[in-house]
Design a protein around this ligand. Sequence first.
Ligand code: FUB
Length: 308
Amino acid sequence: WSLSALAGGNPVVDTLIKANGNPIFTHKFTADPAAMVYDGKVYLYTGHDVAPAKRNGYEMHEWLCFSSPDMVNWTEHPSPLSVKDFKWAKDDAWAAQVIPYNGKFYWYVAITHATVPGKAIGVAVSDSPTGPFKDAIGAALITNNMTTAQTRISWDDIDPTVIIDRTGQPWLFWGNTACYYAKLKKNMIELDGPIKTVNLPNFTEAPWVHERNGWYYLSYAIHFPEKTAYAMSRNIEGPWEYKGILNELAGNSNTNHQAIIDFKGKTYFIYHNGALVPDYGSFHRSVCIDYLYYNKDGTMKRVIMTSE
Ligand code: FUB
């Protein structure tokens, strides 16, 4: 391999890839995984690290889309969304998540705003999980000046994750340093109430909320370099009870960003590490998948990371 080849372009048609252990993709760098189960398949949406070798920072301009019927055989779909699709944005295709709702697919993204200082959250929409997606609002849903009261940094409005709770109500969670959340209107593109914060110990970023057997789970990155920890609650608005570490440092990457899904009777922990090119791990990341297991009381066992 060469670093420049790995930072390379996208297919123009659907392309088949067979995963052979972790990282699951070795033809390009993939980061910030968000997975969605839909119609018998897993759809995996990732960021795309394309920084030059010596860049000490992210370079990310688009998001990628893969699908699989079995977690081994993957189809890479032509990139369905890039920063250029958001006219109000400047650059930086940071972490994102796609969620199906009322027959449409909503893609929540973190991106640098062109005129409001700092990061912002936008939404794209499509009739298909593989796109094409288009900007659903024509402006940002969340900007840095909306969270000013708690703002300590210009990138605290990142890492959106959306869950439809068991009553059918959509919620947006996001944040860096502070974990924010807000109710979404059923149109998925407006807030339906105030922005609140969840108090979680050592919260850094990368919230992911999922539900199982009457429990809500809020997993997130702690400290820096990052491990993944989690909290549980019976209600989507808390109180959240901290339950400890879920995944250790993911190896040669300062960040550790997870998605958790159930698919065909198994639970998967999807994350990234810097294993593909050891010298440049933090800004050249790769998605990995390992099994996740629950204890009888609903708590999650610590993930055992593998290269298989
Ligand atoms: O990929 C850019 C940023 O790095 C993400 O938004 C964070 O979660 C971290 O993974």
